[in-house]
Design a protein around this ligand. Structure first.
Ligand SMILES: [Zn+2]
Length: 247
């Protein structure tokens, strides 16, 4: 039976440390905890790295975080060659917070890009210094200068970002909430996590299980680094931090 880890990052993306109990160590050395602040790789956002401090004070470096048999079973993958904790042991957790904050800013920037470019999304990937979103976009007027300017308007307006839970039925009644062309949000669990931007979600709302900053201003200065043509209508937009380099 897969374990259902309590995912603290879904309610508070800003938790960088907490305490937990070891509930299992799998045959590949992956550590399963009763609750965690480590985001598991999913939806284009990489999993967290960091460390687990054992009851005796030993630090166990966590090299990756992945989902197990289900999305709710979170596996902390330690660096090889470390002594593993025992089931029942109380431990302290700490994620690599500077890295996670960069991922939260980048991930949120991808949401803003989907607002500026309201076209079907065919793929996305987030990293600390570069992210990409692929769109089916028939309109050639979306240049990197124009898109960058509109992204910065959203950043500078410092819109709030918050979570709202809706039911499967709500989602079925509002199919335009889903912007991804190929990926359906998980349904059947009864509730869907919507990430909302702006007062009363006036700017955007879309299903997402990732981690985001609390206001668009925290994204900071970003620009479109490149737009690559991937097909007749498919375009890959790359987001980078900082000002757009001079041409
Ligand atoms: Zn998201």
């Amino acid at each position: 039976m897969p374990f259902h880890t309590e995912t603290l990052f879904r309610d508070d993306a800003y938790l960088s440390e907490t305490e937990a109990k070891v509930v299992g160590v799998n045959d590949r050395g992956g550590v399963i905890l009763d609750r965690t602040i480590f985001y598991a790789t999913s939806g284009g956002q990489p999993g967290d790295t960091g460390h687990i401090v054992r009851a005796d004070g030993t630090r166990l470096a966590v090299a990756a975080t992945v989902a197990g048999e289900t999305k709710d079973e979170i596996i902390h993958v330690p660096d090889a060659g470390q002594s593993l904790p025992a089931v029942g042991e109380s431990v302290k957790l700490a994620i690599d917070w500077p890295r996670r904050l960069l991922l939260m800013r980048m991930h949120t920037a991808c949401h803003l890009l989907s607002v500026v470019c309201p076209f079907p999304i065919t793929g996305a990937a987030v990293s600390e210094d570069d992210s990409r979103v692929d769109f089916d976009i028939p309109d050639p007027s979306y240049t990197k200068e124009l898109v960058t300017a509109r992204l910065l308007e959203l950043v500078n307006a410092n819109h709030p970002i918050f979570i709202r839970w809706i039911t499967d039925e709500d989602l079925a009644a509002n199919p335009t909430l889903v912007k991804s062309k190929n990926v359906r949000p998980p349904s059947g669990t009864g509730r869907i996590r919507l990430v909302c931007i702006g007062d009363n979600a006036v700017i955007d709302s879309q299903p997402c299980g990732g981690t985001h900053v609390a206001a668009t201003g925290e994204v900071g200065e970003i620009h479109i680094g490149k737009i690559e043509k991937k097909g007749r209508e498919n375009r890959r937009f790359r987001i980078r931090f900082g000002p757009m380099p001079a041409q």
